[in-house]
Design a protein around this ligand. Structure first.
Ligand code: CTP
Length: 410
């Protein structure tokens, strides 16, 4: 656990679910790793485990009350002094309250009063975990940068088997260590311009030439960059939700994307072109819907402007340009060719024919190539994880080029 927990102040929130008994083990592991643990139990939790158990194991007595404790404002003190708020088990109720800003007990108040990272370890029955309201609440929190561990699949209370089992206490402690080790605001001071989604090139008022890009990867990059402290401008063709701090510019066609991107690129330290820009568009757009009885229409295509190539030509010193390459064959070689042709710093090569990767999936498997030939394989993971890896590669590249520029000057 590389010492990330030692000396760190962790508020351990425990909610009312049968898995609350496992929170005792989580508490013990955190203490063993040297953390300072302050347990906060909901009323429901106390029906499953006693406060005495936690008070005996933790660094401070367990707290349950918003009112009536010696401290008149316990939640602000807890929230402000925490290095991490870990909720294990996190029930549907507490997840829902936290997602919607509802504070009706000490734990939910503490969650809203903290600026520390928050790690949730959900546990509930499969039906509840899979309920659309819970899925939406978890997705909303995840977009806001809240960390999650589990749930795992396995035996649930009452003998059922399925998803919703609390992650293993050892995994929860490990996840807490990872969050504490990796809380990075390493993009503070940088402006990141991201594009997302596929463009739609009109044929007539109702039809278009388009592609299957969902925009999920570009939105994940925008969310991740914002969570790491960047000022983010997202030019997108899709209606997907995005972190509140991100400035969103909605466009539809390659031409609209080009003007939005070129207008904002000069200010950007990093540009990530994750959008699937159509390469061709109808030369003429029919002003009225083309009717069947007029016979088979002939649609003449023309190339769209290559936005990324234009950015490559206009690239200013200190700017990092990232392209995406959606390939189905010779992925690395094709991507490396694009990187050179378009004057990029990095290219994210995506085998869109691989299972569970590329368009429409929630997961992706990519290789990040940089202009010096450094290749980083990012194994199949969720698109937020891929976003993290892409931004790590951006920072690594910026670090290298800054060093080179400095060496050249000296
Ligand atoms: N791109 C762009 N403008 C275009 C087409 C693509 O900015 N008109 C960007 C994409 O956002 C992506 C990268 O260029 O980051 C790669 O796009 P792709 O279409 O795969 O590359 P091409 O060079 O057009 O090659 P091909 O389609 O033949 O594979």
């Amino acid at each position: 656990m590389d010492g990330s927990l030692a000396g760190r102040r962790i508020v351990l929130g425990v909610c009312g679910g049968i898995a609350a008994y496992k929170a005792v083990e989580v508490c013990r592991r955190l203490i063993d790793a040297g953390a300072h643990v302050v347990p906060v139990l909901t009323k429901g939790a106390t029906r499953f485990v006693g406060t005495v158990t936690f008070s005996a194991l933790a660094s401070e007595p367990a707290q349950t009350e918003l009112f009536g404790a010696a401290d008149p404002i316990p939640h602000t003190r807890l929230g402000q002094s925490a290095d991490l708020v870990l909720v294990a088990p996190a029930t549907a109720r507490v997840i829902g309250c936290y997602a919607h800003g509802i504070s009706n007990d000490l734990l939910t108040n503490t969650l809203l009063a903290t600026r520390a990272p928050v790690l949730l370890a959900p546990a509930m029955h499969t039906e509840m975990w899979e309920h659309p309201s819970v899925r939406d609440n978890v997705a909303l929190l995840s977009r806001r940068g809240v960390h999650l561990v589990g749930p795992a699949e396995g035996r649930l209370a009452g003998g059922d088997v399925g998803a919703g089992r609390l992650a293993d206490p050892a995994d929860i402690a490990l996840a807490a260590a990872r969050v504490l080790a990796g809380v990075t605001r390493d993009l503070v001071g940088l402006t990141v311009l991201v594009t997302a989604g596929g463009t739609r090139e009109p044929i007539d008022p109702v039809r278009f030439v388009g592609n299957r890009s969902s925009g999920k990867q570009g939105h994940a990059i925008a969310d991740e960059a914002a969570a790491r402290g960047a000022r983010v401008v997202l030019v997108t063709t899709v209606e997907r939700p995005v972190a509140p701090k991100v400035e969103v510019i909605r466009v539809a066609t390659a031409a609209e994307m080009e003007s939005a991107v070129l207008a904002r690129a000069a200010d950007a330290d990093v540009v990530v072109m994750a959008a699937a820009v159509a390469d061709f568009r109808p030369k003429a757009v029919a002003p009225e819907k083309i009717k069947k009885d007029e016979g088979l229409p002939e649609i003449v295509l023309e190339p769209t402007p290559d936005i990324l190539a234009a950015l490559g030509r206009a690239k200013r010193p200190g700017q990092t340009l990232v392209g995406f390459a959606a390939e189905t064959t010779d992925v690395a070689a094709n991507a490396a060719g694009k990187l050179r042709r378009k004057g990029l710093d990095l290219i994210v090569a995506n085998d869109v024919s691989a299972p569970q990767a590329g368009f429409e999936h929630d997961t992706n498997h990519v290789v990040v190539l940089d202009a010096d030939g450094v290749a980083t394989d990012v194994p199949l993971m969720d698109k937020r994880g891929v976003a993290r890896a892409v931004l790590d590669a951006v920072l690594a590249r910026r670090g290298r080029t800054t060093r080179e520029e400095r060496d050249e000057r000296e």
